[in-house]
Design a protein around this ligand. Structure first.
Ligand SMILES: O=c1ccn([C@@H]2O[C@H](COP(=O)(O)O)[C@@H](O)[C@H]2O)c(=O)[nH]1
Length: 466
């Protein structure tokens, strides 16, 4: 193992510094095995060690946790001649809708292969899908156990986990080989012993798929006050409709708010498109919101350095921080943008933008994943995420806000793409944003009522089918 640890250190698979784990913990040490695909000898050696260590007598299949462990699982399968299955991260939306690819029969036992275990949540996610497809999962092998509670958590969920290395072994080896200093060793050792992930919290969040829960129940999971309020308004008014008030005159927005008020949980503005903004407009809008019990969101899509965002948020003509309970923020600038907003107002609900609805946008999977991670590390300020797909299913306290919704159209002529209300609910939306589908209608109130009903019915079906 010593040799292997040194190799991993040399290829930069083990890093020391300041990082954030998938479950939102800050950590001074990070294990990034994605790089090993570039080192075939090392992958082969790791796979051989796994084969030496595992008792395959009761194993019919192997499955790597996507994505990092997939190449290792493939080599283990080829060398041990034990067939492999693959778990899709999201079920296909077309064709077979299969979660697990490969040939298997009910009751086959499957060994799970993973690179690193912190909380055990990734292994459990994969296990959930394997088990729901009829497979038996009782064993997992991991390359590194970070010793932060994952092993116990998996045991509670019926999975015996073996590891090639513990974090203690790893640090000791690197120290003995003079690859890290005493200070780093002490920092990591102290971090590991004082940062165990609470298994009760994980059990709760992992057992509860947000798509299958009522909004009342989800309010109890929300750490952000505005998200809690929004969930309760949604449940009380039986609506998950947010209207985008993209109109340029104050009276038009106020008229719209009066008409759609009974049918919405949230009214979304772009305050800088108003031609006749006046503080009295905000006063009146707040009164209407109070009468009809909906929440005001300013879709400002903040994206700048902390200082500028703080000024944009709380100063200038619009003084957004004084009236908007919810705002949208790009994750592009990282933690500082959130810090600056929270410093100005800690009773805000932020929606982080992880995906957008316009065609040919530049957001990739990594950006989306990192945005979710950022959100998870600011749980008390984040109300949810703006996205198009069912992300963060294991975090029922977050809301998915999905724009790009229309009954009669699939796109506009400037790159906007629309899905039907049913489709966005199927794609995980908790709140659907409808703009021109309602604002351009001849019967605004009737149209809002229609969108409310279709969305709410689809949501009720999703909850009962999940
Ligand atoms: O990805 C995104 C993010 C935000 N929006 C906003 O939603 C509304 C949609 O209006 P429609 O008239 O229904 O097209 C609008 O305010 C956008 O700024 C989005 O469309 N896509």
């Amino acid at each position: 193992m010593d040799e292997l640890v040194v190799e991993l250190f040399k290829i930069n698979a083990i890093k020391f510094g300041d990082f954030v784990t998938k479950v939102g913990l800050n950590t001074p040490v990070y294990f990034d095995l994605r790089v090993i695909v570039s080192y075939p000898n090392l992958m082969e050696r790791l796979s051989e060690i796994i084969i030496e260590k595992v008792d395959f007598s009761d194993v019919k299949l192997v499955c790597g946790v996507p994505y990092t462990a997939l190449p290792i699982a493939t080599i283990v399968s080829c060398k041990s001649k034990v067939p492999m299955v693959m778990r899709r991260k999201e079920a296909k939306s077309y064709g077979t809708k299969k979660l697990i690819e490969g040939v298997f029969t009910d009751g086959d036992s499957c060994l799970i292969i993973e690179d690193v275990v912190t909380s055990g949540s990734s292994i459990l996610e994969t296990t959930k899908d394997l088990r729901s497809s009829g497979l038996i999962c009782k064993k997992a092998i991991v390359l590194l156990n970070r010793e932060q509670g994952g092993e116990d958590f998996l045991k509670e969920n019926g999975i015996k986990m073996q590891s090639l290395l513990s974090m203690t072994d790893l640090i000791q080896i690197l120290f003995e080989k003079n690859l890290i200093t005493t200070k780093t060793k002490e920092r990591v050792t102290h971090y590991i012993s004082s940062n165990r992930v609470k298994s009760e919290a994980l059990t709760l969040s992992l057992k509860e798929d947000r798509l299958s829960l009522s909004f009342t129940k989800r309010a109890t999971y929300a750490k952000n006050n505005m998200a809690k309020k929004l969930f309760n308004v949604m449940a009380k008014k039986e609506t998950n409709l947010c209207v985008a008030a993209d109109l340029t005159e104050a009276t038009d927005i106020l008229n719209l708010a009066e008409q759609v008020g009974p049918y919405i949980c949230c009214l979304k503005t772009h305050i800088d498109i108003l031609q006749d903004f006046h503080p009295n407009f905000i006063k009146r809008l707040k009164e209407i919101a109070e009468t009809h019990e909906f929440i005001l969101m300013e879709d400002r899509k903040f994206a700048d350095i902390g200082n500028t965002v703080q000024l944009q948020y709380s100063q200038g003509l619009y003084q957004i921080s004084s009236w908007a309970s919810l705002i949208t923020v790009h994750s592009l600038f990282g933690r500082s943008i959130l810090d600056s907003i929270i410093e100005s107002n800690d009773d805000i609900g932020v929606f982080l933008i992880a995906e957008v609805s316009s065609s040919n946008n530049l957001i990739d999977e990594k950006y989306t994943t990192e945005t979710i991670k950022l959100g998870l590390s600011y749980e008390s300020s984040i109300a949810g995420v703006v996205c198009q797909n069912p992300l963060f299913r294991d975090f029922p306290g977050f809301l998915q806000l999905t724009p790009g919704v229309q009954l009669d159209s699939t796109k506009d002529n400037l790159g906007q793409q629309y899905n039907s209300p049913e489709k966005v609910i199927e794609n995980g939306a908790d709140i659907a944003v409808v703009g021109r589908g309602i604002t351009k209608s001849a019967d605004i109130a009737g149209s809002a009522e229609q969108y409310r009903r279709v969305l709410w019915d689809a949501c009720k079906r999703r909850i009962s089918e999940c």
